[in-house]
Design a protein around this ligand. Structure first.
Ligand code: ATP
Ligand code: MG
Length: 454
């Protein structure tokens, strides 16, 4: 058995025997498997290869949920896969995998069983991007199960027998609602610290408990998260904020303190226990975010960041009392913008995003006043920042016990965000061609964000 440092520990030197759960003893039915994924599985089986549905797809089907994607693993090598599937292409930087194309831009990803995870750091702590030699990559089905992150993510559904193949105890953990690292937790974290985020993600999404050695390893190694490339961490964070379980995620992130590793500017506010007000607001805002996401809305990244930052801004700046007008408003906007530059700098967030976040925060006290006086100025609705700032205010209002966001606002905002997301690249090109007044928030430039003139 290959003893690759990236794999989870295995009990002994012989190939481990998996637990096989026959069809009559598990809840996964073929009728819940995506049609195209089934086609790929059948084609591989008929060509004489081993073909398993793997990873999150098996986990979610077992739990009666609809999987986001259906990944397939096989003993066929990438070259062989290309011959079996004419409508396919090879992708992958470190590991080759094959994408099979179907009508309607549908893609099913097929990978050859392998013995290490894509993100495993090398012995020197770096994660090199170079292609790994085939003999350093491929493995047996058991290697492929043990290189995965969590027991519940390592199950295989075998299309030949319709049984589940379980090398790591994943079925028992699914049954008991336990999140557990495969192998030795500290080692698995050192190899890929982002796995800590995966632990709290799956615990939050499924309301599972985290097994004690997995939890202790996270508490001990939380700072190692900083070793991961920031772009990956930001993407992982976005996934969690959009998961519809972001309130539960925030609770676990606070409890494990991964929250202040991710967002260190919260550290001085002592959100875990003493500052109950900040913590409560943080959780209440995320509960509203979850409600909106479960209604199908996809909140833009900048709004999600603003909501994450708001409790900090209230604690730090007494934000709700800062109802400024005219030059004072702009001075405060500049101050917040500069501070965001500082605290969000390490997150490598686009400047325009930070500018919009500043705008959401600084206009909040104004919106609160307009609502209180029931006096909405006519010019406000014409502003390009109106829709987002209005939704930001309404989320705040709902989170703090005010009225729920009306249905028509949810429907209209969902529609608008979908349109915005579709048109984003085109808008960017158009903007570049125009003569730009320059970034709105540079001290020495005149300009605007959201069309708000200084
Ligand atoms: P989701 O529902 O969010 O897609 P998922 O478990 O399918 O959840 P993916 O990121 O799609 O998550 O990963 C697919 C599978 O790859 C996982 O189920 C797991 O088996 C494996 N995997 C993902 N990330 C890692 C990692 N960092 N280390 C080891 N295995 C991983
Ligand atoms: Mg997945």
């Amino acid at each position: 058995m290959p003893s690759d440092p990236g794999t989870g520990s295995k009990p002994d030197d012989t190939s481990p025997t998996p637990r096989i759960i026959p069809r009559q003893n598990h809840p996964i039915s073929r009728k819940n498997i995506d049609r195209e994924a089934l086609k790929v599985l059948y084609r591989l089986r008929d060509a004489g290869y081993v073909a398993y549905l793997v990873g999150g797809g098996v986990r979610d089907l077992y739990l009666g949920k609809t999987p986001k994607d259906f990944d397939i693993s096989t003993d066929a090598k990438p070259g062989e896969l290309r011959r079996v599937f004419k409508n396919s292409r090879l992708i992958g930087k470190r590991f080759r995998l094959v994408q099979v194309f179907f009508h309607g831009n549908k893609i099913i990803e097929v990978s050859t069983f392998r013995c290490r995870s894509e993100y495993d750091l090398n012995g020197d702590g770096s994660a090199k991007d170079e292609m790994l030699a085939a003999n350093n990559t491929y493995g047996s089905p058991s290697d492929d199960a043990f290189r995965r992150d969590l027991t519940i993510n390592s199950l295989f559904y075998d299309i030949k027998s319709n049984s589940i193949i379980d090398y790591t105890g994943g079925v028992s953990d699914l049954e008991q609602g336990i999140i557990r690292f495969i192998g030795e937790p500290e080692r698995r974290i050192q190899r890929d610290p982002a796995r800590m985020m995966r632990v709290i993600r799956h615990a939050a999404r499924n309301n599972f408990t985290i097994e004690p050695t997995t939890w202790q390893a996270i508490l001990k190694h939380k700072e190692k998260l900083k070793l991961c490339p920031i772009s990956r961490i930001r993407d992982e964070l976005m996934k969690d904020l959009r998961s519809s379980a972001s309130r539960a995620w925030t609770e676990l992130a606070l409890e494990s303190d991964l929250f202040t590793v991710l967002l260190p500017f919260y550290a001085p506010i002592a959100i875990h226990s003493d500052n109950e007000k900040t913590r409560r607001l943080l959780l209440a805002l995320q509960a509203v975010v979850d409600r909106l996401h479960s209604r199908g809305m996809k909140l833009p990244e900048q709004l999600l960041f603003s909501l994450l930052i708001l409790p900090w801004a209230i604690a730090e700046y007494d934000l709700l009392e800062r109802n400024y007008k005219g030059p004072e408003f702009h001075r405060f906007l500049r101050k917040i913008r500069d501070r965001l530059e500082e605290i969000l700098g390490p997150m490598s967030i686009k400047r325009s995003t930070k500018e919009n976040i500043a705008m959401h925060l600084v206009t909040l006290p104004q919106f609160i006043r307009f609502a209180k006086e029931n006096n909405w100025p006519k010019w406000l609705k014409r502003k390009s920042y109106y829709r987002e700032c209005d939704l930001f205010f309404r989320i705040f209002l709902e989170a703090t016990g005010g009225s729920r966001i009306p249905e028509h606002i949810i429907t209209e905002s969902s529609r608008q965000f979908t349109i915005d997301a579709k048109h984003r690249p085109a808008r960017k090109r158009k903007f570049k061609k125009r003569e730009s007044p320059g970034p709105a928030f540079l001290h020495n430039k005149r300009g605007s964000i959201f069309g708000l003139k200084k």
